[in-house]
Design a protein. Structure first.
Length: 315
């Protein structure tokens, strides 16, 4: 597979055939994210997509599940998505499940008839970056939705038959707001009934616009113990049935995984154990350098912070 950029997909898709249909992310403005900032967004031509399908078929591949990459494949025009789905079914007629990342805005832009058509042609799981349960946090991080818009979008895809899978982040609200964010997120998830919830500590990078706010004190990061307490509060308040939950804290190598509500007490006990182990140590922060060789100056030798300011001036 010819792949440009960093492979990024939900852990539930680890056994799926990943079919690139675009490079980068069509939105690419979230302040905390460095996954696609070094890439120039573009849609891949159908010839290249079909070549990859043909290559896998000729090697004897017969995937039953396919994940369309990269960021926000659901944002492609329905006509283009349908052409991709048709090609998939030609090469892999036994494929029954085609999943991808989406944004709230990309869902709201599609008519009900389009959503129903995509479902009938195999689209099943949409992964949405919900991130926070607080509207002021979403606005600060430059997400492209608020809570009510997200609820409206999720209701529309569920009506069409699709499943909603939530990506959320502990620490996204900053120091001192973990409990507030957890309670708001639990309320949101209890209303929207996701099939999967993937939760991880928000990574802190020097190479993204959020770091400017860390430097000037307008955003103070939470450490991993606060993030663990936030996750514990979230799990305590979640009430859905048969929610597959997967929580990651890479910098202290902790993973909390199970099915709610069946495994809730076991997961809470594990969090209690880890909190007790780390709460008297030096604080640990989910800080990384990122994978772009020089992400601060990846486009026309301009810093990302300059680029973000220029975007705001043109909006």
């Amino acid at each position: 597979m010819n792949y440009e950029g960093q492979i990024c997909r939900a852990p539930m898709e680890r056994a799926s055939f990943m079919l690139p249909v675009m490079v980068g992310c069509s939105y690419n403005r979230c302040k905390f994210c460095n996954l696609f900032r070094h890439l120039k967004y573009r849609e891949l031509p159908m010839e290249q997509i079909e070549e990859e399908l043909k290559r896998v078929a000729e090697l004897g591949g017969n995937p039953k599940k396919i994940f369309l990459g990269d960021g926000n494949a659901f944002g492609l025009k329905t006509e283009h998505l349908m052409e991709i789905l048709d090609k998939i079914h030609v090469y892999f007629p036994e494929c029954y499940c085609i999943n991808m990342d989406a944004t709230v805005t990309s869902i709201l832009r599609k008519a009900e008839e389009e959503l129903e058509l995509l479902y009938k042609n195999g689209v099943r799981h949409l992964y949405l970056g919900i991130e926070s349960g607080l509207d002021d946090v979403l606005k600060f991080m430059e997400k492209d939705h608020d809570q009510e818009q997200a609820i409206a979008a999720i209701e529309r895809i569920q009506k069409a038959g699709m499943l909603f899978d939530a990506h959320i982040m502990t620490g996204v609200a900053g120091k001192g707001r973990g409990t507030e964010n957890a309670e708001a997120l639990a309320d949101f998830l209890n209303r929207t009934h996701p099939r999967h919830v993937v939760n991880f500590s928000m990574f802190l990078h020097k190479e993204v616009p959020l770091y400017r706010h860390i430097e000037d004190g307008t955003f103070v990061p939470a450490d991993e113990v606060e993030n663990l307490r936030e996750e514990r509060c979230l799990l305590e308040h979640l009430k859905g049935n048969e929610i597959l939950y997967d929580g990651f804290h890479d910098f202290i190598e902790v993973r909390v995984k199970g099915t709610l509500p069946k495994d809730k007490e076991r997961m809470l006990a594990k969090l209690d154990q880890v909190i007790a182990e780390y709460e008297h140590r030096e604080p640990v922060y989910a800080y990384v350098r990122g994978e772009c060789p020089d992400l601060e100056k990846c486009e026309n030798h301009r810093s990302l912070w300059e680029m973000e300011d220029a975007k705001r001036m043109t909006v």
